[in-house]
Ligand binder design. Structure first.
Ligand SMILES: Cc1cc2nc3c(=O)[nH]c(=O)nc-3n(C[C@H](O)[C@H](O)[C@H](O)COP(=O)(O)O)c2cc1C
Length: 325
């Protein structure tokens, strides 16, 4: 996710040992093919067999509308060390769409085919090429034809975000079409969109029949969810989960940011705030208003720890009060 799943976040998620796969933020191919040095700069994991130092495989995502430039960029990504390429046909950002990239390509299934085929044909067969798509531009129907073209072009798997471009990130999500496509598909289909809780996950699993799932925002809003899903898929032993320890998680993420950016880099603190903003907006993290203006990391962590302790004490007192036996 652009601005979120950068190298420190990928390293952090790798250490959590829940995800089996990660994808970079989209890397945009504009008027020229991207050179090797761009991939080396943006994706440090390419120096370590395209895995984070914490062991999580990282796939490079490229975005653009010109088949040749996309193909050459993909070749350069592989020359830089990429082991898998993903093509973005999902981004709804107006600047991206105006410049012929992301979800705007979904309006023409022939272009979906040509871009996917050009990238696929440019790379050795050992390098998977996958596609990330929305259902369509302003209706859900285009996904049926687009999914066929993506398979015909030789994609290795297809991830579907269960919304149209015009929906942006608004509800509802339409998981059922993903199920219809999966039933007829010859490649794995990955279900994505609005899996916020384990109940959502079961519903999505039920409606799509998928064996593969992509989780975005909820990995930050509800950090226990990836563990719950991994347990449900048999990827982790089933053990009771402890309540989320926010100070511990955020300190670990900050350590990865510091490894990457160096000590006291403003970006590291900003990323903690960005995480908690998502947790407050989409999850039940209650303290963001008290934290967002704190200007330095030590004060931020001290306040976070204090607020979380108060909340834990309050919660246990309340539990005792309502359950005296
Ligand atoms: C801030 C933000 C940035 C995103 N950037 C990307 C991106 O670079 N590439 C991509 O394929 N999807 C991107 N997405 C879409 C997510 O991958 C995902 O499809 C979407 O958030 C729905 O999944 P979720 O409900 O689990 O978050 C982004 C989403 C958000 C909110």
């Amino acid at each position: 996710m652009d601005g979120i799943t950068d190298a420190p976040m990928r390293a952090f998620q790798g250490a959590q040992n829940t995800f089996t796969h990660s994808v970079t933020e989209f890397i945009r191919v504009s008027n020229h093919p991207l050179p090797i040095r761009v991939f080396v700069r943006d994706v440090p994991e390419l120096a370590t067999q395209a895995k984070t130092t914490t062991g999580l495989p990282v796939q490079i995502q490229i975005l653009g509308g010109d088949p040749d430039r996309m193909a050459i960029s993909a070749q350069n990504a592989v020359a830089a060390g990429a082991t898998a390429i993903d093509i973005n046909f999902g981004c709804p950002a107006p600047t991206v769409n105006r410049n012929d990239g992301g979800a705007s390509i979904l309006r023409c299934s022939q272009r979906v085919y040509e871009i996917t085929k050009a990238v696929r044909d440019a790379l050795p067969k050992s390098i998977p090429v996958s596609v990330k798509a929305r259902l369509g531009w302003d209706t859900i129907e285009p996904i049926y034809e687009n999914a066929e073209q993506i398979q015909r072009a030789g994609a290795s798997w297809l991830t579907i975000h269960a919304r149209t471009k015009t929906q942006g990130y608004n509800p509802p999500v339409y998981w059922k079409p993903i199920g219809e496509i999966r039933r007829n598909a010859s490649i794995p289909i990955v279900a994505n969109g609005d899996i916020w809780s384990i109940e959502d996950f079961y519903l999505c699993q039920d409606q799509t029949g998928c064996a593969h799932f992509m989780i975005g925002r909820a990995a930050l809003a509800n950090p226990n969810l990836p563990h719950q899903i991994a347990q449900s898929l048999g990827l982790q032993p089933t053990t009771p989960l402890l309540p989320v320890n926010w100070p511990e998680l955020l300190q670990k993420f900050h350590d990865h940011s510091t490894d990457f950016h160096g000590p006291n880099h403003p970006k590291s603190l900003n990323r903690l705030k960005q995480w908690l903003a998502i947790a407050a907006r989409f999850g039940d993290f209650p303290h963001f208003a008290n934290l967002k203006n704190i200007p330095n990391h030590p004060d931020f962590m001290t306040t976070l720890t204090t607020l979380c302790q108060i909340q834990t004490t309050w919660t246990s007192e309340k539990l005792v009060a309502i359950s005296p036996h």
